[in-house]
Design a protein around this ligand. Structure first.
Ligand SMILES: Nc1ncnc2c1ncn2[C@@H]1O[C@H](COP(=O)(O)OP(=O)(O)OP(=O)(O)O)[C@@H](O)[C@H]1O
Length: 604
């Protein structure tokens, strides 16, 4: 799609969306715009009428009064309509902002998988649709600009007609053409600039990321401790200016500006001179001259209308982007089979192959693995071996590129993904710390059920969080973020217990497959020990997959799988794997060795 089309698509998409989003308001706005155009048509006529009345001999008082009354009425109409139009446009703009934001959120969340979020094209579109970052032009601004532009353009058209009527028929053609041509040149500049802006989203995204890193809490500690402040400010400035330079390059050359001014000047001379001559010779009445001169001023509105045009084109680019994001994956991979009670027999990975979109080759390659329902499996392996990837595939967040995952003999793709996720209770390695209440943080495990304190207590007891809420200012309802009044921050270990409680809350409400990715990474020795003690209680009746580097945790599982080279290289119980003397046995030995003191010194 070429640049002009892309920019105009934004405006067209905007105009099409408005009646769909708020039919009544759009109608009111359109009516106001027409009323203002009528007002602008009447203004030169009223002026002409007044001038005629004033210059008539003998002077007609009645004519003067009518002319003045007409003029006052037109000006009053404009004074009343203008703020109303601004208010209606702002309301409509807010409605559009809300609708586009909702489309974006729905679209980004709709795909059953998450691979689209790794796609730079989609990321760019989402960024444009969000209309945040450093450009900050929400689509609502385009409505305000449109509401300012339409009356101007209509005024220009009406003025052209009036000039033809009061002066000569060819006059509006000459002046109109000059304004339209020079306005078009300016518009092209805007289009180039807007498209440079859109093309720069990667650069601006980087600048926005750097700004957010500097101004939000998560990185605040490291930025100071590592002395990264100047580095960050410098990087931000570079990214920001790189983006801006691209946009400035899009500006039209000064030569073209000069040509435009000369062209306009010539056109005005070509029109004003004959008007002046006609008036001097008496072939143009003074009233007509007044109308013609005012119409001449009104014709300016056909040309470049500055900020309004810029704002319209810039802000409207978010609309098609939001619609595209909103339409993501409507026909995506969604099975229909029911999932209640799964897995009953077995989960199986059959020759599963998977590479991340844009990643460097396969992470899993012909991986085979069988997990009997009701058993626990620990997955171990080096950093980056693919353990978390395995859990993401099992959760259906990515689909295998080759092979398949089956649940009770059926391909996972055949099951309803939302239903399958209700069977899952997962604690990811990078679990989310929701800045909401404790109640919400646990209740998100099964959002469909209203939380009761007893239910929360049962899940948090198993998760090791129960008791922490008693110390919080508002108990279960305390917001977990220092950024809120009466909010508080938890420690890393407390957050991990809360994440585990969330998963166990899901289990209380029917989840049958528990996936724990490094569930003890943040826990103190005692908390970890308590978790081991509860492991059987926690996993009773469930199929459990446990990813961990901690062998004290790993050995609690019924079976252990070692991931290496994209496959399962060893499989068995802890005792079997230690006895086989393979990779697992070596890893286990390395982890236990530092603690085996010999003669008061550690073994090398
Ligand atoms: N979203 C992603 N896009 C591209 N590559 C990814 C993505 N997530 C992970 N990877 C890559 O996939 C490989 C496996 O990652 P994975 O997180 O599954 O490893 P892991 O075994 O869980 O590691 P660790 O023990 O460090 O947690 C790594 O090389 C990683 O760089």
């Amino acid at each position: 799609m070429n640049r002009t089309m892309a920019v105009h698509n934004g405006v067209l998409a905007l105009v099409r969306q408005l009646p769909r989003i708020a039919r009544g308001l759009t109608f009111v706005l359109a009516a106001l715009l027409v009323a203002q155009a009528v007002g602008s048509a009447l203004l030169p006529l009223a002026t002409g009428r007044l001038v005629v009345a004033l210059t008539d001999t003998p002077k007609s008082m009645r004519g003067v009064v009518i002319g003045l009354a007409l003029l006052a009425a037109v000006l009053l109409l404009d004074m009343v309509l203008d703020p109303v139009r601004t208010m209606v446009a702002a309301r409509l703009g807010t409605a559009l902002d809300g609708a586009m934001a909702q489309r974006t959120v729905e679209g980004a969340l709709r795909p059953a998988q998450i691979g689209h979020l790794d796609d730079p094209d989609v990321a760019d579109r989402i960024e444009r649709a969000r209309a945040v970052g450093l450009g900050a032009h929400p689509p609502g601004q385009a409505v305000t600009a449109l509401a300012g532009l339409v009356p101007l353009r209509l005024t220009g058209l009406v003025s052209a007609v009036l000039l033809g009527w009061a002066g000569q028929w060819w006059m509006p053609l000459v002046l109109g053409a000059a304004w339209v041509v020079t306005g078009r040149w300016q518009e092209k500049e805007i289009e180039r600039s807007v498209s440079a802006h859109a093309g720069e989203t990667a650069q601006l995204r980087r600048a926005a990321y750097l700004r957010d890193t500097a101004t939000t809490a998560p990185a605040a500690k490291e930025l100071r401790l590592f002395g990264l402040r100047s580095w960050l400010v410098e990087r931000f400035a570079v990214a920001w200016w790189d983006g801006m330079v691209q946009m400035r390059r899009a500006r039209v050359s000064p030569r073209r500006h000069t040509v435009a001014i000369v062209l306009l000047l010539l056109a005005h001379v070509a029109v004003v001179l004959p008007l002046a001559l006609q008036a001097a010779h008496g072939s143009l009445a003074v009233g007509q001259l007044a109308v013609a001169l005012q119409a001449l001023l009104g014709l300016f509105a056909l040309g470049f209308t500055g900020d309004l045009q810029w704002q319209l084109h810039t802000a409207s680019t978010a609309v098609p982007a939001a619609l595209e994001v909103g339409a993501l994956d409507t026909a995506g991979e969604r099975g229909r089979l029911a999932t209640v009670g799964l897995p009953r027999r077995e989960i199986r990975f059959e020759k599963v192959r998977f590479a991340y979109p844009g990643g460097r080759g396969p992470v899993l390659d012909d991986l085979d693995l069988a997990i009997p329902a009701g058993s626990s499996l620990a997955v171990v392996g080096d950093n980056g071996a693919g353990k978390s990837t395995l859990t993401k595939l099992l959760s259906g967040l990515y689909l295998p590129d080759g092979g398949r995952i089956t649940v009770d003999g059926q391909d996972l793709r055949a099951y309803d993904p939302d239903g399958w996720r209700r069977q899952l209770a997962v604690v990811f390695q990078d679990f989310v710390r929701y800045p909401f209440s404790v109640r919400d943080n646990v209740g998100f495990g099964h959002i469909e059920t209203a939380t009761t304190d007893a239910d929360l207590a049962a899940a948090t007891r198993l998760g090791g969080f129960l008791g922490v809420e008693e110390e919080l200012p508002d108990g279960w309802d305390t917001p977990l973020s220092g950024a809120f009044t009466d909010g508080t921050e938890l420690s890393g270990g407390q957050w991990q217990r809360l994440a585990l409680s969330r998963a166990l809350y899901a289990v209380r409400h029917g989840a049958r497959l528990l996936v724990l990715d490094e569930p003890t990474a943040h826990l103190d020795i005692e908390a970890e020990h308590e978790l081991y003690a509860r492991f059987l209680e926690i996993t009773a009746g469930l199929t459990t997959i446990l990813v961990s580097h901690r062998f004290a945790t790993v050995r609690l599982a019924d079976r252990i799988a070692v991931v290496d080279g994209g496959r399962i290289s060893e499989f068995g119980t802890h005792d079997e794997l230690v006895a086989s003397g393979g990779r697992y046995a070596r890893m286990f030995r390395v982890q236990s060795e530092p603690f085996q003191l010999h003669g008061g010194t550690r073994r090398a």
